[in-house]
Write a protein that binds this ligand. Structure first.
Ligand SMILES: Nc1ncnc2c1ncn2[C@@H]1O[C@H](COP(=O)(O)OP(=O)(O)OP(=O)(O)O)[C@@H](O)[C@H]1O
Length: 321
């Protein structure tokens, strides 16, 4: 793909800790790529290496088929996890500064700063010091700073953390637009519901390597066959499943038991067992949500806590993890 960002077997250690373990992934031009993984999985390290603020021990990052060099890196729009605004500088002055840093001429820098302030509804806050803005508005300025030099590639470390629903929608729309214009957009997030809704493709990283990658549909339909079966009333939910050789109850969903079937098993056997247990209210194929896939793929999370896995909550209810 012409405008792809490619990480090819990128490895990075911090002393004894292997943060990236021959990580390979591709973000195509025009693609919104959601990078998910538990705390400490290696997302920030990978993004910093793309940006060139951190060196890889081995492996290469390619952009448009060539190793990413300094000139190309200046055309990346980056939102660092630790954020990077000057708290005492006015919002507009700051944006002009970042545009200039990336080589935009003074008039162009002012024009673009005004464009993004307008776009994010911050025109009347242009002179406010960033420290005096709300968290959501600071984040808008942060995104504007990543966009102000018209980047051809976006790398955003948890751009949605701490945003209210309106800001999430606004941020999503801007990322979609950039992708529609042809830029690869790579962003990390713990908001799985949002990632599932927004992304063209998703990569799940664990212990420094991708453990799953694909479109939402590919990931959801790639696992073993599952059915959601509601039998009622009658037996204790799910006990009847044991009568089908190899079948496993793996969860429940609004009163239905989720049953996983092994390769050779006929789904009619499952239906017959359900009918024998009581009236069957529903019997439908079940595709796991990203949150389920994530739990099955990633857990237990290395060095993480229970909070890492509460990701399925609506984005609006989650702040920075
Ligand atoms: N500066 C550093 N010094 C030592 N170890 C580090 C440093 N930065 C990261 N690590 C370690 O490298 C691993 C990967 O960390 P990284 O920050 O890339 O993960 P992450 O996926 O971005 O996590 P999070 O979701 O918490 O932001 C972790 O084990 C982390 O503790």
């Amino acid at each position: 793909m012409h405008d792809s960002l490619v990480l090819d077997r990128v490895t990075r250690h911090y002393k004894q800790v292997r943060a990236l373990d021959a990580l390979s992934m591709t973000v195509g031009g025009g693609e919104l790529f959601g990078f998910v993984g538990g705390n400490g999985a290696g997302k920030t390290t990978a993004m910093r290496i793309v940006l060139g603020v951190l060196a890889a021990d081995s492996g290469t990052v390619y952009w448009r088929g060539r190793p990413l060099d300094l000139a190309a890196r200046r055309r990346i729009g980056y939102m660092p996890e630790e954020r990077g605004l000057y708290p005492k500088m006015g919002a507009r002055e700051q944006l002009v500064h970042f545009a200039r840093l990336h080589g935009v001429d003074p008039a162009g820098a002012r024009r673009r700063a005004d464009h993004w302030l307008e776009r994010f509804g911050l025109a009347d806050r242009a002179r406010d010091e960033v420290a005096n803005l709300s968290l959501g508005n600071q984040q808008r300025v942060q995104l504007a700073a990543a966009l102000v030099h018209d980047p051809v590639l976006l790398v955003l470390d948890e751009p949605f953390s701490g945003l209210d629903p309106a800001a999430v929608d606004e941020m999503s729309a801007v990322l979609r637009e950039r992708a529609a214009e042809g830029a690869p957009v790579l962003f990390s997030s713990h908001h799985l519901e949002l990632v599932e809704r927004l992304c063209d493709r998703i990569g799940i990283i664990k212990e420094g390597a991708l453990v799953a990658e694909g479109t939402v549909e590919e990931l959801r339909s790639g696992g073993p066959r599952r059915y959601a079966v509601r039998v009622e009333p009658g037996e204790a939910q799910g006990n009847w499943v044991e009568r089908v050789p190899g079948a496993r109850a793996v969860g429940d969903d609004q009163g239905a038991v989720i049953v996983e079937l092994p390769g050779g098993t006929d789904d009619q056997d499952l239906l017959r067992a359900a009918l024998a247990a009581g009236p069957v209210r529903s019997f439908t194929p079940h595709l796991p949500r990203l949150a389920e896939l994530y739990r099955e793929t990633v857990e237990p999370v290395r060095g993480g806590s229970a909070a890492d896995t509460a990701d399925a909550a609506p984005a609006a209810e989650r702040s920075a993890v």
